[in-house]
Design a protein. Sequence first.
Length: 192
Amino acid sequence: MNFYDDLQFVHYGDARHTRDRAEGKYFAGYYGVQFNYSGSMELWLGKQKKEVISGPHVFITYPGVEFNYGAVGEQEHSLIFICFRGSRVQKYIDEGLLQLRKQRLFIRITDSAKFHQKTMQLFAHLRQPGPLSHARAVLLLEEILLEIHEQPELPDKIFHLYGESINALREKLAEAPEKNWDFQLEATKMRL
């Protein structure tokens, strides 16, 4: 008996302390949960403006769009990825469990230890052959998608007022981390 054979896992992995970049990457026929669990990362679609984050955040990759992402400057970050496809994915999209964003791509993860633990459990099931292990992996993916869906959003007002300035400052910090930064002055420049 094959449970959940309407979903297949394509790739999965844990890239620790990487400086790798993926530029001009298209996800041909599959979707992905990309979990940046430490370090800073930048991301943009096509020719859109870069979004930069630090710490535990998730973004969703999907077919038909050019994704560009990776380390900020020479900094290292750690990324877990789970890629999948199948007719079940369309149900996730139709029911709002899997949201394919075109802006504000990053979703902050509030309990990164719990999220990391679930991804490691999913990986353990993927390493074990058999329909029951596959079924457990699918159920864990659904838990992960639900966890992402339940994350609190940053208020739009804060993002629109300060998001661009904060992202610009993050880029400057990444380019010159050795500089003696005066954060009081930087906050004053942003009227914070």
